[in-house]
Design a protein around this ligand. Structure first.
Ligand code: PLP
Length: 509
């Protein structure tokens, strides 16, 4: 496949601005509306935040706006262009039917301040999706509030905290156990909730080391956060024993649902002994995700923890649907309004379009794709698979041998395959694998897409032997060549603010 990304010398939209140009004329407010707005500004907005000058919005025509953003979109990569096999953070194709459903005028124009009686249909959908999520996770109640997986985690660990506090035991329960293969958000969430993180090492099979777990638990244990299958793509076959060890010590078991698509319809976290579950809606139910959102990370709990869930819950009294703020020991509100409803409705349409049988097929296909691709890449002989076991939804290869032989690193392979029009896998995570290349080919990808990805990776590895310098200089066909990774991940070194002024405009000629 030939691939060349567009490259435009595109100015900022404010630099395209010309006084008096118009793209859209909003309806003129009435004098009464202007008066109310003025009064609100004076009484409700803190003085320091009031700008005593016009908003200085860019003045551009509609075609200029459309062409500006279309040109920018051509300089980037998207899940509508090709595979996005970013292990642990994979992006599935987002079915267009879900977009159609959510963009109907009845749902599109909803306002969070509308009276409940006027949004019964939307509430019914939210209620239904929370029931479906309860059913497939084996939890008794689900709150739809959190706006991402990581926020679901924070809600979950705050619930663990609230539980121990209600037991009068929080003073002792200070430690959160987390396996060394965990996603970085797990220790971050635990620390944000005030827990000390205790890392549990993996055993030779890439699963939780049970002896290490036994010696780490005690009266100080608040809980264990774990994802199953784990980030190596390995199913923790000892999960029932793990659950027993943690529960016997008085701790709670937290399920990070980021990898839930691997077991969808097959086994439920509730049946594995988990007390709390979050789901990454974008990963499991193919909703859009990127640039930090909008996402959804509903959090579900077993019966005894329901009273701590974030509010509001959506309930049905047999006649009407309503928001329920009456949750006695709720950790409170963790996001504005009612959560990212648009994303939840997309997930609802995804589930309904597949049905429960279809959800099982999701898990089966994701696992088939993963093991097909893994087998092809291992057969090429360039990579190794630490912890040799069958994988579920993702796998982590090591490029260590390649580095030793050619000097080409995992990051160089990841950059070189961009030239073939595919997104790179995740690299250098989890940290327990040296020169990690973490691939997650979700169920939405065809055999042809998997073959193209395998060919791109194998071709880059083969080129590392014949022309290592070229691989180290990649990518060549993208709109941006190799960037300074260290600088890019330290936003403080980059000036992102744009102060608009008349002088900011590009010259007419
Ligand atoms: C295992 C795991 N846990 C948690 C998260 C955090 O989820 P989110 O990106 O929705 O905040 C991710 C990211 O996808 C993940 O892979």
């Amino acid at each position: 496949m030939t691939f060349h990304q567009a490259s435009w010398d595109e100015p900022l939209i404010v630099q395209r601005s010309r006084p008096g140009k118009l793209g859209h004329r909003p309806p003129r407010p009435t004098d009464a509306e202007i008066k109310v707005a003025g009064e609100n500004l004076a009484s409700k907005v803190p003085k320091g935040l009031i700008r005593n000058r016009p908003a200085l919005l860019p003045e551009v025509s509609e075609p200029e706006v459309v062409r500006h953003f279309t040109r920018l979109s051509q300089e980037t990569y998207a899940v509508d262009l090709g595979i996005y096999p970013l292990g642990s953070c994979t992006m599935k194709y987002n079915p267009k039917i879900a977009e159609l459903v959510v963009q109907t005028h009845k749902l599109e124009k909803l306002h969070p301040e509308q009276d409940e009686s006027t949004v019964q249909g939307a509430l019914a959908i939210l209620y239904e999706i929370s029931r479906i999520l309860s059913e497939i996770t084996g939890m008794s109640k689900v709150s739809l509030q959190p706006a991402a997986g990581a926020q679901g985690e924070l809600a979950g660990v705050l619930i663990i905290r609230a539980f121990h506090e209600a037991q009068g035991d929080l003073r002792n329960r200070t430690e959160m156990l987390i396996p060394d293969s965990a996603h970085g958000t797990n220790p971050a969430s635990a620390a944000m909730a005030g827990f000390k993180v205790v890392v549990i090492p993996s055993n030779a099979e890439g699963m939780v080391d049970l002896d290490a777990l036994r010696s780490a638990v005690g009266p100080q244990t608040a809980g264990l956060m774990i994802t199953n299958p784990n980030t190596l793509g390995i199913f923790e076959k000892n999960i029932l024993e793990i659950s027993q060890i943690v529960h016997r010590a008085g701790g709670l078991l937290y399920y990070d649902g980021a990898n839930f698509n691997a077991i969808l319809g097959k086994v439920r976290p509730g049946d594995m002994g988990f007390d709390i579950v979050h789901l990454n809606i974008h990963k499991t139910f193919a909703t859009p995700h990127g640039g930090g959102g909008p996402g959804a990370g509903p959090v579900g709990v077993t019966k005894r923890l329901e009273r701590f869930l974030p509010v509001p819950l959506v309930n049905f009294d047999g006649e009407t649907y309503h928001f329920d703020y009456d949750v006695p020991d709720s950790i409170g509100k963790i996001r504005s309004s009612y959560g990212n409803i648009g994303v939840l409705i997309r997930a609802y349409s995804y589930v309904l379009s597949l049905g429960f049988k279809g959800l099982e097929t999701v898990a089966e296909t994701a696992i088939l794709n993963t093991n097909y691709l893994l087998t092809k890449l291992l057969a090429s002989g360039y990579f190794d698979l630490p912890y040799s076991r069958m994988r579920k939804h993702e796998f982590v290869l090591s490029a260590k041998r390649l580095v030793e032989k050619t000097g080409v690193r995992g990051v160089d392979i990841a950059k070189r395959i961009l030239d073939s029009g595919v997104h790179s896998p995740t690299i250098y995570f989890p940290q327990i694998v040296e020169e990690a290349i973490m691939v997650e080919p979700p169920e939405t990808e065809s055999l042809e897409d998997l073959d193209s990805l395998a060919e791109a990776i194998i071709a880059a590895a083969s080129e590392s032997e014949s022309d290592p310098e070229r691989v180290r200089g990649a990518p060549f066909n993208t709109s941006v060549s190799r960037i300074d990774e260290v600088r890019a991940s330290h936003p403080k070194t980059i000036e992102l603010r744009w102060e608009w002024s008349a002088e900011s405009r590009i010259p007419q000629d």
